[in-house]
Design a protein around this ligand. Sequence first.
Ligand SMILES: [Zn+2]
Length: 320
Amino acid sequence: MAIEQVQPLIFRVPSVLGPRRFAQWLVVGDERLLLVDSGIDGTIAEHVTPALQEIGRTPADITDVVVSHADVDHYGGNGELRRTAPRARIRSSVEDRPWIESWPVISRERYGWYRRHGLDYDEGTWQWLEQAAGPDTPLDGTVADGETIDLGGITVEVVALPGHSPGHIGVVHHESGTLIVMDAVLERGLYTTSDELISPPPYDSVEAYRGTIDRLRSLRPARLGTSHYAPVEGGAAVTAFLDASAAFVDDLDAVVDAELGTAPAPLEHFWRAGDAALGPFSEMAVELARSVGAHLDHAVANGRAVTSVDARGRQVWGAA
Ligand SMILES: [Zn+2]
């Protein structure tokens, strides 16, 4: 089965990406058809097109695409959409747009962020990221928090859910309590299809990520539509998912705090402590360093830590 009907007009397109679950979402109105995320380069042909066929549609029917955020597994199908879905207007948040449109920019600023701290992905991961990103594809515009998309018979609203990326957005269908959140909240990390924890939850701002968890709670969703998790269905499951996401942030904050000593240390020190305490993570493990960096920024902002550059030119953090 290439498609799952979650609500009368809301569908999940399930697949597997490497070791983990993967999904895009469709909202099918009378007049317009919305796709949330285009996957990696290849996802449109391999998964979205067969899914649409099961409901008697084709990519040519797609009128709207909302890209939730700037990660290759969420926008890499944009080039395919240009070829197969000529009516599709592809949009993202204004914040994430420059990364989504340019491999040189995202590879330097998002995926290459770790290098300034002496950390990096391995060569195989870099090759996979570049291939998955597909060809650079200009977007048609941006969407912002509160904007509604009337598809004919069903209207959804764009909601800003920053933290995992600066401009992460989701799509809400208020009437059914369906929140398509993609990677905006990431529980205690990413799991294999057999529920083994393998990758950390990356976020670049502690305040923004916590704010997103709180905002999602306030919307009282009946279900969450994610990219990489089994369906989160029902209020109790939603609460457990959000509680686990919040607990991870609290736990990592405590680990980083405990490691702040009188001898200032580089990011790698705090990252290794976080990985040991909350992992160990076997895939994309370096991405925990992004969250750890966010906690260190947070500690500096709250006066708990001070940062400086040591004699070797590395940024280091110690107790205030
Ligand atoms: Zn992501």
